[in-house]
Design a binder for this molecule. Structure first.
Ligand code: BDP
Length: 599
């Protein structure tokens, strides 16, 4: 799926800004045809942003149900000869969109874009009425999974509530840009790029899909100096680039891949992509980028900030990339859902390596932090065939959206699923099989620390095993030495059982910025530094550990809970993106470790 752009054949209006907004507390929106009649007594709401933290209303912050967004816009008359699409970057979690009272799209999924051709719904040169209803209810068949229930207070009043297993606030609303954009009637629908190289010869394999058979497809590749370096024709083919400049971690080089559709020698559509030439493989227990062993240094992150929640924010995103560079990180995982396309564009540009994760988080029988025995969830009522279908659909859509980003080196198909259950095996076998049919990047599964070494039924299908380990925190609480011993044994046992490279996909501790204690105790900045150092001493001894992603890059909001003080405080940076003590320590360590660090 291509990102909407203005080109010499396409136009675009960004509808981000202030929209009319109404939360449907009395469940009357559909009955009263708000999608057609419009909103009365509405309030104002920014887009993109989560609506939860914008007002001072507790009822809205924790609202479960439908909210309605409305915008009126004149569509330029000259657009009548074009295709016109509406495209929503993401809305959490279930959306319906109407134009002039006509339903144009229904979509489930809170972290991926949806779009619709508006052909039969819009009026050109006149005002058009756009309504989007966003519902934030999760079920066992959505990703992430959750459950709506009713709570009755002492007066017998019923309240709709949501149960969820994942550890981040259920921010809701329209989270990314809403665009109206045009394409010519014959247009480039999709482009797929695969790259490789041999010595100094770069190789690009491309496929272009058009909506109708186009008479001529021309490809031009430009380097960063805007020099034409290669051309081709046809809907698919191979292009070679001499003296190629590779896309490398921390040293990104981007070519511009331009597709031109011609009819009777006249240009009818043009679209260009930034691409990077690089190669990724898992071989002999190592993760290779451009044939060199790559060691992941970085974080699990979240899209999360004050006031805007999960709303796309260029200032925060560019600040984050500056901090990643400053701390000498080379990678992060988009825990626990696909991030905005704009973030991946930045990663391509800054040379930061991405593990792209589908929103399969919370497929387990307990809320995080999970302790003790886990209940089974691979059952008829919970994670069932319907869930598998959805999981496959969202994985396909994530790959369709992100496949051309050179920064994306691996797909993460689940975080902390209940994979010790025998039924998880066929589920994941099928999921992996379907994923490998469409893309050849390595696949990651991330395991919870309650899945003991040798008890994971699905590791065998994956290329890299992610482990989220918190010994010395959730277990051996406060005793880093004991945690460290357990860690060493655990890692060795996991490797022996599965014989796959291991990425420490999460390790970290809640740390209150400004709390100092000597000797170090839990929640102090000193404790966070001691904990990380202890873990690194172990990783450095184990050649099968191919990377370390600290949990988390920054403090982030969670649901209200007795184990969370205004959210999860495991950030190395505060929620306002300022460093804790551990940031200085990590900067030193990662500065002294090369990307191609071999043990
Ligand atoms: C892991 C989860 C992550 C949590 C983290 C924690 O993958 O989402 O936020 O633990 O407890 O279980 O901080």
């Amino acid at each position: 799926m291509l990102y909407p752009k203005i080109t010499n054949s396409r136009n675009l209006i960004n509808l981000s800004g202030v929209w009319n907004f109404k939360a449907d507390y009395r469940e009357e929106g559909y009955k009263n045809h708000w999608y057609k009649n419009g909103l009365k007594d509405y309030e104002l709401m920014p887009v993109p942003a989560s609506y939860n933290d914008i007002t001072v209303d507790a009822k809205l912050r924790d609202f479960v149900g439908d909210v309605w967004y409305e915008k009126k816009i004149v569509i330029p008359k000259p657009w009548q000869n074009e295709n016109v699409f509406i495209r929503v970057g993401s809305a959490s979690h279930n959306s319906k969109a109407w134009i002039n009272g006509i339903l144009v799209k229904e979509y489930t999924g809170g972290f991926l874009p949806f779009e619709s051709n508006l052909e039969n719904a819009i009026k050109y040169g006149e005002e058009n009425h756009i309504v989007i209803c966003v519902n934030n209810e999760l079920t066992w068949q959505t990703f992430p999974p959750g459950e709506v229930y009713y709570f009755e207070d002492a007066d017998g009043n019923k309240k709709k509530k949501q149960r969820q297993q994942h550890d981040f606030f259920n921010y809701s609303g329209i989270h990314r840009h809403v665009y109206l954009y045009t394409t010519p009637k014959t247009y480039v629908k999709d482009i797929t790029i695969k790259t490789d190289f041999e010595e100094s010869l770069g190789k690009i394999h491309y496929d272009v899909i058009t909506n109708k058979i186009a008479e001529e497809i021309k490809i031009e590749v430009y380097d960063e100096e805007n020099q034409l370096v290669a051309v081709s024709t046809g809907e698919s083919g191979k292009i070679e680039i001499k003296n190629v400049k590779l896309w490398k971690p921390n040293n990104a080089y981007l070519y511009s891949f331009v597709v031109k559709l011609n009819s009777n020698h006249t240009l009818i559509d043009q679209y260009s992509l930034n691409i990077g030439i690089r190669k990724v493989q898992v071989k002999d227990g190592q993760f290779l980028i451009n044939n060199e062993p790559f060691y992941f240094k970085g974080f699990g992150k979240h899209e999360d900030m004050d006031v805007k929640g999960k709303g796309l924010d260029d200032a925060i995103n560019i600040r984050d990339f500056n901090l990643l560079k400053w701390i000498n990180a080379n990678s992060f995982r988009t825990s626990h859902y696909p991030y905005a396309e704009e973030v991946l564009d930045l990663a391509d540009r800054y040379g930061i390596v991405i593990i792209d994760e589908v929103p399969a988080v919370g497929m387990l029988g307990q809320a995080v932090p999970a302790v003790g025995e886990l209940d089974g969830v691979f059952t008829e009522e919970k994670i069932n065939n319907e869930s598998l279908k959805e999981h496959i659909r969202l994985t396909r859509e994530m790959i369709a959206r992100d496949k051309n980003h050179p920064s994306v080196v691996m797909w993460s198909l689940a975080n902390e699923a209940s994979v010790m259950e025998p039924k998880a095996e066929s589920y994941f076998q099928k999921l992996v099989e379907e994923t490998r049919k469409i893309d050849d990047r390595p696949l990651l599964n991330v395991n919870l620390m309650l899945i003991e070494p040798g008890k994971c039924n699905v590791s065998k299908y994956f290329d890299v095993i992610g482990l989220n380990l918190y010994f010395g925190w959730y277990s051996e609480r406060g005793d880093i030495d004991a945690g460290k011993k357990r860690l060493m044994k655990w890692l060795k046992d996991c490797y022996e059982a599965d014989n796959k490279p291991i990425l420490l996909s999460e390790y970290g501790v809640d740390t209150v910025a400004g709390l100092h204690k000597e000797p170090a105790i839990m929640f102090s900045e000193e404790f966070q530094v001691h904990f990380l150092k202890a873990y690194h001493e172990i990783f450095d001894q184990l050649p099968f550990v191919i990377g370390e992603h600290v949990w988390n890059f920054a403090d982030f909001m969670t649901g209200q809970d007795i184990v969370r003080v205004d959210g999860n405080k495991k950030g190395v940076f505060t929620r306002q993106r300022q460093p804790k003590m551990a940031a200085h320590y990590l900067r030193e360590r990662w500065g002294s470790l090369k990307n191609t660090y071999t043990k």
